[in-house]
Every structure is written in structure tokens, then in C-alpha cells.
Design a protein around this ligand. Structure first.
Ligand code: DLL
Length: 437
């Protein structure tokens, strides 16, 4: 395979040079961080009062972690390190798990971020001949503008279609010969269901690739989207606190996500002890942003669970790969004392081909016990009025889930399109248990 690099020198930089580059960037970022009262205090406590006090990358380990809590406490301007006149943009996180947090950019920050997203897009084999439909929300969310800028930098024809309105999405794809899509994985699955409903023929479209991210999904879900839509799907990871998309992305090998270490310093730590974990072990990803001046972010606890690959990638890039995110530390459900990640359930149900494209996990209290119900849509080959195969399918789903998580769930089957679809990130869990006060 011939691999395509956006910035070959940087993407394949030998590790010692890459680390020397990181150290220079870290010093620069620390000099900005020292302009905020929050980091002045944090860094001071770690003996860092000037950028030159950072002598090696190891010195970063002395800096305490930054959490979402800290960002909220600093709202709105606590993490701004440059005069407001130099700020050209702000983005805010979706706020699904609490109050929003804000990140600021100056012109150079936007240019650097754009370059990282362009690197991701180009690395999947796209080029200026592609027509790119960006089916993700524009606005405070970073997914829309982030990919828009990256796509333009690559030179693709970018269609800023945003989410929703599937009939219009199909029309745009047909009219302009769209070759590349960007959406959440749940929207891509929904799109496929709608394609069948609206009678859109796959042969009438020129689709080749899709970037899917902003929410967790399993390898089986990727395979399902690839088979149903007949496209190559690339996993795309990022978060608002680290600019947005463009932090880590799959290359043409589609085996782990290269995390751009000239822009970010990654660490994987045990979420309880906060001690570093050996390569290969799953833990919480902690990131330091090396590519932004306006809002410095040092050792940010992402809450995302991943692991480093131990082997280098055959594509020749030297930037380390991380495993697809399996969930978040705050995603974990405790059901009758058993720890369950929603991704474990997705993994097993999406591997059953009679299961449709949408599902919902419901947890309720029944007396003193927790009750898990997994609601899934059925695929188009299943007839809802034929009880025998339906019951057999239900039983198969129940047994497979139980074998995976040890909990015996109730399984409900629904017609295609019957379960709720959200415009942005999918809401897969409905926890109706009363909260402890
Ligand atoms: O979701 C940025 C983004 C936009 C990434 C478009 C990729 C594509 P936030 O709204 O701040 O930013 O949400 C960040 O979403 O901490 C993860 O928990 C989750 N997430 C993002 N990408 C993935 C992925 C954007 N590929 C949070 N796999 C992150 C699993 C993901 N989870």
C-alpha cells in the first residue's frame, strides 16, 4: 500500500526529534499558561515559575491534573491567557455531562488546528478531487467548523450540510457526486435505514469514505456501517478541550488511531490511583495541548478510556496509536453491583446481523433490585408479526448479553425507526433509577 502523508517529515519524525519538538512546544505553552492565575498557582506549586524551569518532558509529570471541574470553576475567562482583542473564536463543549466549558483561539491556533484536521483527512487517502459532505452540527460544537476548515485546507469541495433532513442529505449526495461523508456513527446508521425507506439506490451515489466520531462505537458497528453503506469508515477522535476533532485519527490501515504527538502529549493513567499504566493497558487518557496559545490546557483528564498500542504502525508514522475509545470513566453503570460499560452491550448486539441499527439501554429500579432492559430495533429482514423467529432472536440477544456482562437483561424488539434518534451525539443509556441524595 502507498501511504499518503500531509506532512511527511513531521508525521514520520524519529522519536528523539519528536520529543525534542514536544519539549520546545511545552515550554512555549507553559509560558502562556503562566499568564493565567489558575496555572500560575498550579505550576508554581510544581516549582515551575518560568518556562525555562521546564527542563525535560518528565517535568510535566510534576504538574497536577486539570479536570472539567477546574474548567467550570474558571468559566468564562479563567483559562484565557491572551488579551481578548487577540481572540478570534470560541467554542464550547456540548455540556451533556454538565455546564458547558469554553475554549478560545487566536488566529494561529485556528491555523494549527486546521492543519491537524487536514492531516487526518489527507491521511485516509482523500484529496482535492473529493466532494465532502459535512453532516455534523455547525456552531459552538467543534465538529462542524473543525472538519469544514480541514476539508477546505485539503482542497476538497466542502458541503456544509449539517445534521438532520435525510431527504436533503441524499439529494446533495446525488446532485454533487459526494465521495466523502462526516457524521456521528449513529447518524450514519440512521442514514442507512432512511436510505432504504426513501428508496435511494446505493448505485446512484459515489460514496467512498466516511469519518465517524464524536461518540463511542464498537468495531462491529464500524463493520456494519461499512457493509451496509459500502464505504470505508475511519475513526476520528477529539474533544473541545483539545480544540475539537483532529487529536487522533485512523490512517489507511484502520488499526488504531494515531495521536498527533506534535500537538498533544498523551498519558494513560489508572483512573483511581492516577498512576501511569504500562503500554497496552486500558486506562484514562490524559492530554496536554501543545498547539494552542489562547487557552492552555495541561494534563487534562479526558475521562476517556483507551490504551497505547505497543507496536509501531506499518504506515511509517512515528506518532503513537491509541485503541478506539471504549467508553468514559463516568459512563460506567453499576447494575446490581456489577460494573457495565454501555460499549460492552453495543459490542455484542451489533455483531448479531438480525439486530437493526438503533438501540437503547434502560436501567430501572424494581423493588430493591436494578433491572436492565435492552431495546433494539430489528433489521429489515425480520417481520414483526412472525412471533417464532422474533422470540428466538430475543432469546439469542438475551443469552449473548448475559454471557458478556453476567447480567440477565430483559430484551425488547422494536420496528426499524421506532426508537428515538438524536440530532447530535446518540443517547444510548436511560438510567431511570432514583438518584441517591
Ligand atoms: O466530540 C469533538 C469531535 C467532533 C470529535 C467530531 C470527533 C468528530 P466534545 O463535544 O467536546 O468534542 O466531546 C468530546 O466525545 O471526550 C469522547 O468522550 C467522545 N468522543 C469523541 N470522539 C470519539 C470517538 C467532540 N472517536 C468527547 N470515539 C470525548 C469515542 C469519542 N468517543
Amino acid at each position: 500500500m502507498i501511504y499518503q502523508y500531509w506532512d511527511e517529515k513531521m508525521e514520520t519524525l524519529p522519536r528523539p526529534e519528536l520529543e525534542a519538538y514536544q519539549l520546545r512546544q511545552l515550554k512555549a505553552v507553559v509560558s502562556y499558561a503562566l499568564k493565567t492565575p489558575f496555572y500560575r498557582e498550579r505550576l508554581g506549586g510544581a516549582g515551575i515559575r518560568r518556562a525555562d524551569d521546564v527542563k525535560s518532558l518528565e517535568d510535566l509529570k510534576r504538574v497536577p491534573f486539570t479536570t472539567k471541574h477546574d474548567l467550570r470553576d474558571g468559566f468564562p475567562y479563567g483559562f484565557l491567557s491572551i488579551p481578548q482583542e487577540e481572540v478570534v473564536r470560541l467554542h464550547a463543549s456540548s455540556g451533556t455531562t454538565g455546564a458547558p466549558t469554553t475554549i478560545y483561539f487566536n488566529k494561529e491556533d485556528i491555523a494549527r488546528w486546521t492543519n491537524f484536521v487536514a492531516r487526518c483527512i489527507y491521511g485516509t487517502g482523500c484529496n482535492r478531487a473529493d466532494v465532502f459532505q459535512n453532516m455534523i452540527s455547525y456552531g459552538l460544537f467543534t465538529g462542524g467548523l473543525g472538519f469544514h476548515q480541514g476539508g477546505e485546507a485539503v482542497g476538497m469541495l466542502v458541503i456544509p450540510s449539517g445534521t438532520g433532513n435525510t431527504s436533503r442529505q441524499f439529494r446533495l449526495m446525488r446532485d454533487f457526486g459526494v465521495t466523502v461523508l462526516h457524521a456521528t456513527p449513529s447518524f450514519l446508521l440512521y442514514l442507512e435505514s432512511m436510505m432504504r425507506e426513501e428508496g435511494v439506490l446505493r448505485e446512484s451515489l459515489k460514496l467512498k469514505k466516511a469519518f465517524a466520531g464524536a461518540e463511542p462505537y464498537s468495531e462491529d458497528t464500524r463493520r456494519r456501517i461499512e457493509e451496509l453503506l459500502k464505504i470505508d469508515v475511519y475513526n476520528s477522535y477529539g474533544l473541545s478541550e483539545m480544540n475539537g476533532p483532529g487529536v487522533a485519527f485512523e490512517c489507511q490501515r484502520k488499526d488504531g488511531l494515531h495521536l498527533w504527538e506534535d500537538g498533544y502529549i498523551p498519558e494513560i493513567v489508572d483512573p483511581d490511583s492516577l498512576e501511569p499504566l504500562p503500554d497496552g493497558e486500558i486506562g484514562e487518557l490524559v492530554l496536554t495541548c501543545l498547539c494552542r496559545e489562547a487557552s492552555p490546557m495541561l494534563r487534562y483528564r479526558t475521562r476517556d478510556l483507551s490504551a497505547f498500542y505497543t507496536e509501531p504502525c506499518a504506515c511509517g508514522r512515528t506518532h503513537r496509536r491509541i485503541r478506539r475509545i471504549t467508553g468514559r470513566t463516568d459512563d460506567m453503570l453499576i447494575i446490581n453491583g456489577v460494573n457495565v460499560f454501555p460499549s460492552q452491550i453495543e459490542e455484542v448486539i451489533m455483531a448479531i446481523k438480525e439486530v437493526g441499527n438503533n438501540y437503547l439501554i434502560v436501567v430501572e429500579k424494581e423493588g430493591v433490585l436494578d433491572r436492565l432492559t435492552v431495546k433494539t430495533e430489528v433489521g429489515p429482514s425480520i417481520f414483526m408479526d412472525d412471533a417464532r423467529p422474533l422470540n428466538a432472536l430475543k432469546e439469542r440477544i438475551r443469552k449473548t448479553i448475559q454471557a458478556s456482562i453476567t447480567i440477565n437483561p430483559r430484551v425488547e424488539l422494536h420496528q426499524p425507526g421506532a426508537l428515538p434518534v438524536s440530532e447530535g451525539k446518540a443517547k444510548r443509556v436511560q438510567d431511570d433509577r432514583p438518584r441517591d441524595v
